[in-house]
Each structure stands twice: as C-alpha cells, then as structure tokens.
Design a protein around this ligand. Structure first.
Ligand code: SAH
Length: 244
C-alpha cells in the first residue's frame, strides 16, 4: 500500500485568478481537504473582502498565500507540476484523471514538492503554461460541458488525491531535477537550436515541446539535466565554430 499523501509538499497554484470569490472558495476547500499551501500567480484582485468572505474558516490560508508575478517564479522550487485543463491537447500525452494523479502523488510527495496548477476562469492555462507541467490532469465530465468552476475543479482534485490508495508504493528513484533546473536546461537547448538549422522560432518551439513530451513520461533526474545541458553546450559550440 502507498504511503499517505504528504500534503505539506503539495501546493495549489492558481494562475491569474479573476474572481476574488473563487480564491476564497479555493482556500476553504483546501482547508476542508487538509491542504495548506496556496500560491497565487498575478491574481486580478487580491487581497479582497470577497475572498475573505468566501474563505470562511480558512482566512489564514489567504494571509499566508504566496503571490508571484509568473508561473516560473511560483514553481521554481517545485519538482513536479500537474496542470489542469478542461480541454484535450493534441500534442500531449493523454491526461490523467484525478484518481490516476492520486495514485502517483504519494510516492512523489515523500521527497519532492509538487504543484497542482489551475488556470484563469475565462481561458484556462495557456499552451506554454501547460507545456511547463509534467502531467496534465482532466476531470472527466459530460462532453458538452467540460469546464468546471475553478473552485469546484480544485475541490474534485483535492478530494480525489486525498483518498487512501491501494496501489503499491513506487520504488525510490534518484533525485529529480527541480522546475528551475529543467527550465534552465530547456533555455540552454533553445539557444543551441536557435543558432542555425531550425527554420525559425516556431520550429524551435515545436522541437522543444516534443522533447518536453518525451521527458515528461519519466521525469528528469538531476543527472539527466546535467547531461542534456552538456549536450546543448557542445552542440552550441559545434554550431558556432564548425570545422571546415
Ligand atoms: N474556459 C477554460 C476553462 C477555465 S475553468 C478552458 O476551456 O480551459 C478554470 C480552471 O478550472 C481551468 O483552467 C482548470 O484549471 C480548472 N478546470 C475546469 N474544468 C476542468 C476539468 N474538466 N478538468 C480539469 N480542470 C478543470
């Protein structure tokens, strides 16, 4: 049986939330389900009396919420990100259900910090933001109405991952790279790819997005990131100074 979920290592990250009421409702349901780390990325209005009102007994979560300008800054110290979306993405691996995420998290959250990323009410997360996540999570819904209210989506996910799991615990793995380390590696690869060869920026981004999809299947260990950055460095060198 899996270890219990280490909830102290789970952050609920709301990206550009528009409604202060939703922020408050998220804090409330986090308290209900035993989660304590709320992170806000560029909230439209915060702090706000409506958020406090909706939070009810969880106002302290609002007061302690970390507020950042960008998703990258908010997640730099996380090791694994799961992005939620009501929409299917063509180029990505199949999204997990919240239950499948729940099977995966207990082993991951023993040593690592995990961020569960939720998008703004109007448009959801951008493709670039979803690309930055290791897993995609979609709550199965009726196909003609896939989009849940933000706080209700957080409620479903937090409830599901809180249920006891019966899957065997995964064996311990070598240290995973943090989001900041992986992003620095992608930036390094982007620079090497941009030197020559790829016809323009969209082609570079498509290649990087394909690499992300491959790497996300298993997750990158720190040593993988070191190796790939070494390859990017050599590649950059070879392209800048070609042998005649
Ligand atoms: N119109 C947006 C929906 C935004 S709803 C869209 O089409 O993507 C606000 C947020 O709630 C989403 O970004 C996502 O984080 C979460 N959410 C809503 N419905 C969801 C679902 N069915 N599965 C997973 N997350 C969902």
């Amino acid at each position: 049986m899996s270890p219990a979920l280490n909830k102290a290592h789970v952050s609920i990250i709301l990206v550009r939330p528009q409604s202060p009421g939703n922020i408050g409702s998220v804090a409330r349901v986090m308290r209900n389900m035993g989660f304590g780390r709320l992170v806000l990325v560029a909230p439209e209005r915060f702090p706000h009396p409506e958020a406090r009102m909706m939070a009810s007994g969880a106002r302290d979560l609002l007061e302690e919420a970390a507020v950042h300008d960008t998703l990258a800054a908010a997640t730099a110290t996380c090791h694994w990100l799961a992005g939620t979306s009501a929409r299917q993405r063509q180029h990505r691996n199949m999204p997990l259900t919240p239950g499948q995420l729940g099977d995966k998290l207990p082993a991951l959250c023993q040593p690592y910090r995990v961020g569960l990323v939720f998008g703004p009410e109007d448009a959801g997360l951008t493709t670039a933001e979803l690309d930055a996540c290791h897993d995609l999570v979609a709550i199965p819904t009726s196909p003609e109405a896939p989009s849940l209210n933000l706080a209700q989506a957080v409620a479903v996910v937090c409830y599901e991952i809180s249920q006891p799991r019966h899957a065997p615990a995964a064996p311990p793995a070598p240290p995973l790279a943090s989001v900041a380390e992986s992003e620095a590696m992608y930036q390094h690869l982007r620079q090497a790819f941009s030197l020559r060869g790829f016809p323009g920026e969209p082609a570079v981004e498509r290649a990087l997005s394909g690499l992300r999809r491959i790497f996300e299947r298993t997750g990158l260990e720190r040593r993988d990131v070191r190796l790939l950055r070494g390859i990017a460095r050599q590649l950059g060198w070879a392209l800048r100074y070609p042998r005649r």
